[in-house]
Design a protein around this ligand. Structure first.
Ligand code: AMP
Ligand code: TRP
Length: 341
């Protein structure tokens, strides 16, 4: 029987990860975190704070630690239930780094060199400024996913290529050593998978944007949120419509629709003849209303840091058990680990 054969009525196994690298924004929320929360009851979920991935760019001990704990609180505040889902920090489960090395042997230099995220993050830099970790980043991601026999990976559009690489590495491993890994599918929603910058709707909303007005941070105050939406670029004309030649309005309407639950067409109808000003002012309130309860929970969690620590310790213990069992099989298939009892 193939390892990918799914058992009837068993919830699908989901794995996703997010880097603890700074300012989480509305794109992260709408493209990833919110979907994780919404699908919690439906699947067998493992959510991982990928601190080892964050080491691929220069950081410090203090920053990484603070960002990791902050992200744990953000995820809990957004509604991840640590009893229903496994929530843990990647470096707490050593099997991730071990499997990364092993998968390096079935991953090709050429395919890593072609990764868009690698090309984006290295463009304009010389080779001496780029860590080998940044190059190897997708293999660690493949290890994350394959360790848990993952079937579905809920992510934003930008991660599709990394999931394809994971499937290719898994298929190569299976062909060489026998059926071992499940081939995962990306779970990318049609809406929200690519929230764009508020200043340039041809670029995705990104943590690394130099301009503070390009992204709405999940921690922005109501006034800052309103101001950023008011200042968001719009398209020529004055009609509030989503269309291929109106990328800015399409992006704002997508945000409005996802947060209000109303279809884009209904929103367009309501703003006929009203212009951008009224639309943006209402959108500002919708974003504030969506983020405020989460921010309140975040403040509570930050005042009680032991809550996230307890959740992460329990999550790591559960993840470790699954990861260790998988590694026993992998090591045996590959013929490594002779002297271990
Ligand atoms: P990152 O910010 O690259 O660590 O991404 C964390 C998660 O958020 C991944 O699932 C990304 O695909 C998703 N994500 C990041 N930026 C966006 C965006 N602008 N729109 C939608 N999803 C995004
Ligand atoms: N590379 C992902 C990102 O930048 C984060 C990530 C690491 C991830 N490991 C993963 C996402 C495994 C999904 C599954 O967003």
């Amino acid at each position: 029987m193939s390892v990918s054969t799914s058992v009837a009525h068993r919830p699908k196994r989901v794995f996703s990860g997010i880097q603890p690298s700074g300012n989480f924004h509305l794109g992260n929320y709408l493209g990833a975190i919110r979907n994780w929360v919404n699908q919690q009851g439906q699947f067998d979920n493992v959510f991982c704070i990928v601190d080892l991935h964050a080491l691929s760019l220069p950081t410090t001990r203090e920053t990484l630690r603070a960002n990791t704990l902050h992200l744990a609180n953000v995820l809990l505040a957004a509604g991840i239930d640590p009893d229903a889902s496994i929530l843990f920090v990647q470096s707490d489960v050593r099997e991730h780094t071990e499997l990364c090395w092993l998968l390096n042997s079935v991953t090709q230099y050429g395919e890593l060199r072609r990764m868009t995220q690698f090309k984006d993050k290295t463009s304009g830099k010389n080779d001496e400024q780029v860590s080998a970790a940044l190059f190897d980043y997708p293999v660690l991601q493949a290890a994350d996913i394959l360790l848990y026999d993952t079937e579905l990976v809920p992510v934003g559009e930008d991660q599709k290529q990394h999931i394809e690489l994971t499937r290719d590495a898994a298929a190569r491993f299976n062909a060489r050593y026998g059926e071992t890994f499940v081939l995962p599918e990306p779970d990318i929603k049609a809406e929200g998978a690519r929230i764009m910058s508020l200043e340039d709707p041809t670029k995705k909303m990104s943590k690394s944007d130099a301009s503070p007005n390009a992204a709405i941070a999940l921690a922005d105050s109501p006034d800052v949120i309103r101001k950023k939406i008011r200042r968001a670029v719009t398209d020529s004309g004055s009609a509030v419509v989503a269309a291929p030649d109106k990328p800015a309005l399409t992006n704002l309407l997508t945000i409005y629709s996802l947060l209000s639950g109303e279809p884009v067409a209904a929103i367009e109808q309501r703003y006929i003849g009203k212009g951008y000003g009224a639309f943006k002012s209402d959108l500002g309130e919708i974003v504030v209303e969506a983020l405020t309860p989460m921010q309140e929970r975040l403040r509570e969690l930050e005042a009680n840091p032991e809550l996230s620590q307890i959740a992460l310790a329990a999550g790591a213990a559960r993840a470790r058990e699954r990861a260790a069992a998988k590694m026993t099989v992998v090591r045996d298939r590959m013929g490594i680990g002779i002297g271990r009892s």
